[in-house]
Design a protein around this ligand. Structure first.
Ligand code: ZN
Length: 320
């Protein structure tokens, strides 16, 4: 009687242990399965180290998928960490990095520079890889050495600027004139006189200027002194060269007028288009007198970003 009970007890204990072992085994199996199918494990197999794996798994899903589906890529983390990184340009960044790495002078990749150059196309020579700018953007169109106006473009709302606001014979788009008038009137109240020195320039005008430089000293020289026709912001009717009486363009930078302009122009929809230190990006020497009309809202946004309009355009406006 007792013996039988003890036997049953033993059976129960064995059964219990068996069940526990089985459960433990299942758990171990699940964990192993989870490990070998985890992104961590896969990334490790691709060649990423622990630090890189942690970084990658903190990225957006599309970058994680890229890392999982491609060979080891040591540029992934540094590129995606850059503030102005654009995912759609990933291939372009990689191609440019490859070009740089093939140059014997490169010892370290400057990722910030790669991003800036590729975003603005300045990794290419000026006037190569050009496209016609997207005119649907209105005041936000980009016109530079890579983005042209439509062939022989002429705006249809050009007005004459009265000589109270400009030198003789100056024209610009109506909206730009209205904005300039508002700005010049406000400046006047602060004792500052703003005068437009150059506004809208026709295709023919720009072509003449460029051709003269070119026939005298060749294309390279012409390109460094004048924009090619259809590639000048002045032809868009959205750019103004602003000066004041009694100043040349060379010393305009030292004037109170310039200081006023730089501090106030975005309130009226203008930006200083070719800032100092950004010559490589804009493709133009620093011009303290050249202002681009963008409209108040956009001008403020560009100013706040701290970017040139070329960079801002690439990051925020260029949706191909
Ligand atoms: Zn200008």
């Amino acid at each position: 009687m007792y013996k039988k009970k003890r036997k049953v007890k033993k059976k129960v204990i064995f059964l219990g242990i068996g069940v526990i072992l089985f459960i433990v085994l299942i758990i171990v199996a699940i964990n192993l399965y989870a490990h070998f199918t985890s992104n961590e494990y896969k990334l490790e197999q691709i060649g990423y180290n622990e630090k890189e794996i942690t970084d990658i798994l903190e990225l957006d899903n599309k970058y994680i998928s890229y890392a999982l589906e491609n060979e080891y890529d040591n540029d992934l983390i540094p590129l995606t960490s850059e503030k102005w990184f654009i995912w759609d340009k990933y291939k372009n960044y990689k191609n440019y990095i490859k070009d740089l790495e093939e140059q014997p002078t490169t010892d370290k990749i400057d990722y910030e520079d790669v991003i800036t150059k590729v975003n603005t196309k300045t990794n290419y020579k000026y006037y190569t890889h050009t496209t016609e700018t997207n005119m649907n953007l209105g005041n936000a169109i980009l016109v530079n050495k890579y983005y042209s106006l439509p062939e022989q473009y002429a705006p249809d709302d050009i007005v004459d600027v009265p000589t109270t606001y400009a030198f003789e014979g100056i024209q610009t788009k109506k909206e730009v004139y209205e904005a300039f008038k508002e700005m010049a009137d406000a400046a006047k109240e602060d004792g500052i006189t703003l005068i437009i020195n150059s506004g809208y320039r026709t295709y023919e005008y720009q072509k003449n200027v460029y051709d003269q430089y070119e026939s005298a000293n060749g294309q390279e020289y012409a390109d460094s002194y004048a924009a090619r026709p259809d590639f000048s912001e002045h032809q868009s009717g959205l750019a103004l060269d602003i000066v004041t009486y009694g100043m040349t363009m060379d010393n305009f930078e030292d004037s109170d007028t310039y200081k006023w302009l730089v501090n106030n122009c975005t309130d009226y929809g203008f930006i200083l288009r070719y800032p100092k230190g950004k010559e490589e990006i804009t493709g133009y020497a620093y011009e303290s007198w050249h202002y681009r009309y963008l409209g108040k809202e956009l001008a403020k946004k560009v100013e706040k970003s701290g970017l040139t309009f070329d960079e801002y355009y690439a990051y925020y406006l260029d949706k191909e």
